[in-house]
Write a new protein. Sequence first.
Length: 419
Amino acid sequence: MAYFDLHLNLNEDDKAIREAAHKFAKEVMRPMGMELDRMAAEDVVAAHSPIWEFLRQAYELGYHKGAFPTEVGGLGLTPLQSHILMEELFWGSAGLGAVLLLAAWPYVKILHTMNMELIEEFVVPFCQCTDASMTGSWAITEPDHGSDTLNVGADCWSDPKIKMQLSARQDGDEWVLNGQKSAWVSCGPTATHSMVNVHIDTSKGLAGGGVCMLPLSLPGISRGKALEKLGSRDLPQGEIYFDNVKIPKRWMFVGPEEYGDWVINNLGFGNTSVGVVALGIARAAFEETLAYAKERVQGGKPLIEHHSVQVRIHRMFAKVEAIRAMTRAVWEVNARAYPPLSEYALAVKTYCTETAKDVVDEGVQIHGANGLTKEYFIEKLWRDIRPMTIADGENSVLNALGGRILRDTFPRTSVNLIA
Ligand SMILES: Cc1cc2nc3c(=O)[nH]c(=O)nc-3n(C[C@H](O)[C@H](O)[C@H](O)COP(=O)(O)OP(=O)(O)OC[C@H]3O[C@@H](n4cnc5c(N)ncnc54)[C@H](O)[C@@H]3O)c2cc1C
């Protein structure tokens, strides 16, 4: 049975989406995520990996194009419906949910350009794809530049001494890319396409960046080994190298003039999504822990019959509901706003990932030593929530950026809704 929804006016379509997504998350994603978690990183991206079967099934269901409008071939879900869908998928497996989110990410950003040529070239085929033969990724982080790449408006942002490790130079009708992205690029080892941040105008420091879209099959592109890591092991990550890679001019869809705004707007959407990842993990931790507390007997009765455990379980529940309410409110506005309300998105990402980390940690504590063993799902959830305070921007760097946005824009007086 699906988790109760305080939104009492869900219509039949909303409920059907939730039931179907919950079934897929429970029956397909949860077991596959657990299987992938125990595999070596190289096996997770190998031809025999269950990850491909997951993608095929998700694409067949159309989950990769849930948020895309019907005009370009998407499912045209309402913002509420896409929040419901993503919550369920992240509940099943945060890593596999992220694989699907990343698969769609560059195409969402191309859609936002309103450039019909690029939409026809990339977004329409992506929405038509039913066999997962077209999947995306986003490559911004570099070995020497993590927070630097997101630190818009900080002192270092316009320092010409700081240079990205991936540069793009114009050569006639083409751009030529040289350099590399870090091992943290989600789906770097598996994606067919990537949205890539590059350095164009080095005299402006990091502010002189650009963003392009490209297939990862181009000559001169190679990839590193899949990364071995603590958590999110069902989300493959790895380096991408560029050696004189040539792309047509039109694929560079953001230039230095609008680069800083683009980075902030991109966080406005991405950070909201990471909040929903945190929601899925926190809800799973709460449900696992309550079930465990009903089974485990200490002091002659189940843990849940002890007053102090009741208090702790209820605090976990309160935090899950707070994360749910906050992510949903911001998701519903930012799905329709351009530019998105980034100060809210940054608040969602930082607050909800920290709060979810507390929820999962308490879940481990209530499991006692069992919470530290691979026999119990809470152990995976603990490893999966940990990276979320760093993914899509380390939280204190995001809070500082949020503070600068508030310094310049508070109080906000309007929002520009596009749909
Ligand atoms: C699960 C996961 C998924 C990811 N997916 C992607 C992806 O799809 N694509 C991609 O490109 N990248 C991805 N990343 C990388 C991610 O964006 C970076 O890890 C993040 O931006 C932080 O960079 P860093 O790890 O290099 O840390 P650093 O930037 O080295 O930061 C280390 C510490 O120093 C502090 N710090 C840094 N700069 C400053 C400063 N100027 N002032 C004060 N303190 C500072 C930070 O607060 C932090 O605590 C992912 C990471 C994770 C964990």
